[in-house]
Ligand binder design. Structure first.
Ligand SMILES: *[C@@H]1O[C@H](CO)[C@@H](O)[C@H](O)[C@H]1NC(C)=O
Ligand SMILES: *[C@@H]1O[C@H](CO)[C@@H](O)[C@H](O)[C@H]1NC(C)=O
Ligand SMILES: *[C@@H]1O[C@H](CO)[C@@H](O)[C@H](O)[C@H]1NC(C)=O
Ligand SMILES: *[C@@H]1O[C@H](CO)[C@@H](O)[C@H](O)[C@H]1NC(C)=O
Ligand SMILES: *[C@@H]1O[C@H](CO)[C@@H](O)[C@H](O)[C@H]1NC(C)=O
Ligand SMILES: *[C@@H]1O[C@H](CO)[C@@H](O)[C@H](O)[C@H]1NC(C)=O
Ligand SMILES: *[C@@H]1O[C@H](CO)[C@@H](O)[C@H](O)[C@H]1NC(C)=O
Ligand SMILES: *[C@@H]1O[C@H](CO)[C@@H](O)[C@H](O)[C@H]1NC(C)=O
Ligand SMILES: *[C@@H]1O[C@H](CO)[C@@H](O)[C@H](O)[C@H]1NC(C)=O
Ligand SMILES: *[C@@H]1O[C@H](CO)[C@@H](O)[C@H](O)[C@H]1NC(C)=O
Ligand SMILES: *[C@@H]1O[C@H](CO)[C@@H](O)[C@H](O)[C@H]1NC(C)=O
Length: 505
């Protein structure tokens, strides 16, 4: 139901419009198009090798990733891929860096300068939800940001690389109506200089947004559809009585709450970047809404919402780039079942669910527009084909069991057909990377799908896109297991309280 409490004539509206126009001009200059990225957590018992991770990213056309550390192996694997990378100063290193300019300079030299520009590092996240996860480091947060920035300036990289710190949305209180949101005042002594820093460096306000937890903690007050971006009956739409803006989903309300909370501290020109958002696909008995369907709905709708450049009610058209949480299910994360099930893929690169993204842009699309395949070259030497086939099914790690007698791709039983199956599988497994359809010159690219009958090739029309299957190489598992925390998502208590007031009114 619409609620007009707090509405006091047109003056505030006109004032608001002026502010919005001003904001638009300030914010637009800060960014180009909104992008979708993916977070890569590494708490897996069987963490794929960096080259395998990068193959998956390529095959899914994921062009932005965020790491929870600055793992050397990952940064090397991401080199020369065109993928844009956000790296993180882990919380455990924050105190050291915030207390010592030279420690910060050393960190930048080792983790940034050593990899740039081959690896396109665009962003440094300094810490992770520091107020929730490591509050005793909060007093040095601003220094950490400044020291890292100073080292970038000294290396002449400050224009290419932005520095900020991801903040949990629980630091924002009274999130609905968004116009009344403000930061937990306990943190103002830190937040005020942090925001000044972001303003003066043209950086982002990094926000982790979890409508799943807001919904879960709301005891039924927040409708599931409101959290999932599903259409609501108009009498259930949330309207901010101060601005008369209509909110059709929790995600937008949280982002606008962040804009209003910043405005409360007189900061109006720092754009929001969502560093984490997602939905778990599996939970225990107490988490009945952590389901495949809901995870699929949330992430599919989120991607469409972001790619559409819809913006938020307060800032329509202002891009809100977002990193989905997360690439892999993390089976070794402590906590409830849902904690381990936020991923889009299993460790083998198999999708947990197929996102519903018809016409929603390039990211994670089925990619039927660019359906290239790798086949045996016509007239190629049979012995060389056999050798390449043997290599692909052996050291190349292609799953060639479909070629065995009685299996779907056994017929026709000749080296050309079998090599084509193996080459194409390898090519897709390697994310269609350059040089992965060569095999000493006996392979070639084609746009004709070589599948036949029940022998369906990976990436064939009708298949679920270019999803990887199988493991790529006999590898050594990644070195540093990164420490991190998504932070105890304390409670959305106030958000709920105000929503309650609104929905029940
Ligand atoms: C890195 O990405 C940015 C943003 O898209 C782009 O402008 C820049 O040219 C890229 N840098 C390198 C070294 O590829
Ligand atoms: C910190 O180091 C940078 C170079 O890395 C230097 O430009 C800056 O002046 C130093 N700042 C302080 C406060 O010492
Ligand atoms: C504000 O932050 C302080 C310090 O972390 C915390 O003790 C307090 O509970 C927070 N207030 C609210 C309303 O969340
Ligand atoms: C914001 O600006 C107002 C009006 O200029 C001022 O009274 C208030 O102290 C400022 N708040 C902060 C946190 O700077
Ligand atoms: C995309 O944006 C247009 C207007 O810019 C809007 O009408 C449409 O509903 C949006 N679609 C989605 C899926 O958000
Ligand atoms: C992607 O695949 C799914 C399932 O096969 C299908 O429903 C959907 O239409 C496809 N999307 C595109 C863009 O082709
Ligand atoms: C299609 O795939 C080829 C081979 O991997 C690649 O070079 C090209 O950029 C792709 N085109 C599009 C539009 O993705
Ligand atoms: C290999 O592919 C077959 C289907 O052709 C599948 O049944 C089998 O599980 C796969 N093996 C591995 C190790 O992926
Ligand atoms: C695509 O994925 C859906 C859901 O995972 C599955 O039901 C369907 O069989 C898949 N289609 C093909 C052709 O693999
Ligand atoms: C992928 O491989 C797994 C076994 O590793 C198998 O169970 C599954 O059916 C395969 N999926 C496809 C689409 O081939
Ligand atoms: C794994 O590491 C060992 C020791 O560093 C090395 O000898 C071996 O070649 C590596 N294996 C692979 C597949 O990279």
């Amino acid at each position: 139901m619409f609620k007009f409490v707090g509405f006091s004539g047109f003056k505030p509206l006109i004032f608001m419009m002026l502010v919005v126009v001003l904001l638009l001009s300030l914010l637009v200059s800060a960014d180009e198009d909104a992008f979708i990225g993916v977070n890569i957590g590494t708490d897996l018992s069987d963490m794929p090798h960096p080259t395998q991770v990068v193959s998956l990213l390529k095959s899914q056309q994921i062009r932005h990733v965020r790491l929870y550390d600055a793992d050397r192996g990952m940064l090397f694997a991401l080199a020369n891929t065109g993928i844009k990378v956000a790296v993180t100063v882990p919380n455990e290193q924050l105190l050291g860096i915030g207390q010592s300019n030279s420690t910060a300079a050393h960190w930048v030299a080792q983790n940034i300068v050593a990899h740039y520009p081959a690896t396109n590092i665009t962003t440094i996240c300094v810490g992770s939800e520091v107020f929730n996860s490591l509050p005793n480091a909060a007093p040095v947060l601003v220094n950490a940001l400044k020291f890292i920035q100073g080292a970038l300036v000294a290396s002449n990289l400050d224009r290419q690389i932005k520095v900020s710190t991801p903040i949990a949305s629980t630091v924002i209180l009274d999130s609905f109506p968004p116009s009344q949101a403000f930061f937990n005042h306990s943190w103002n002594p830190v937040l005020v200089p942090v925001l000044k820093f972001l303003q003066s460096t043209g950086s982002y306000f990094m926000l982790n947004v979890y409508p799943y937890y807001d919904y879960m903690n709301s005891n039924g007050v927040i409708p599931l559809d409101y959290a999932l971006f599903n259409p609501l009956p108009s009498n259930k739409e949330a309207v901010d009585s101060n601005t008369l803006l209509h909110y059709t989903n929790v995600f937008d309300a949280m982002i606008d709450a962040a804009y209003f909370a910043m405005a409360d501290l007189n900061v109006t020109n720092v754009p929001v970047l969502v560093t984490e958002s997602g939905w778990p696909s599996k939970g225990d008995a107490k988490e009945p809404d952590a389901t495949l369907d809901n995870a699929n709905t949330y992430n599919s709708n989120l991607i469409k919402h972001i790619i559409n450049q819809t913006g938020t009610p307060k800032h329509p058209g202002i891009p809100v780039s977002t990193y989905i949480y997360e690439l892999y299910n993390e089976d070794t994360k402590p906590g409830s079942v849902s904690e381990k099930n936020w991923g889009l893929f299993d460790p083998n690169g198999n999708p947990i669910y197929t996102l519903q993204l018809t016409n929603a842009g390039r990211t994670f699309s089925n990619d039927t527009t660019n359906n290239t395949h790798c086949t045996a070259k016509e007239g190629a030497d049979k012995k060389m084909l056999q050798a390449a086939l043997d290599w692909a099914c052996g050291p190349g790690k292609v799953n060639c069991s479909a070629l065995l007698q009685g299996q779907p791709c056994y017929e026709p039983d000749n080296v050309v057909a079998h090599a084509t199956f193996a080459f194409d599988s390898y090519y897709h497994m390697m994310g269609k990377g350059e040089g992965t359809c060569d095999f000493n010159g006996v392979a070639m690219l084609t746009t004709t799908d070589p599948s036949h009958g029940s022998c369906q090739f990976i990436g064939s029309d009708g298949m679920n896109g270019t999803f990887l299957n199988g493991s790529i190489a006999d590898f050594n598992s990644t070195s540093s297991s990164s420490w991190r925390a998504r932070g105890g998502y304390a409670s959305g208590g106030l958000l709920i309280k105000v929503l309650l007031a609104l929905l029940l009114s």
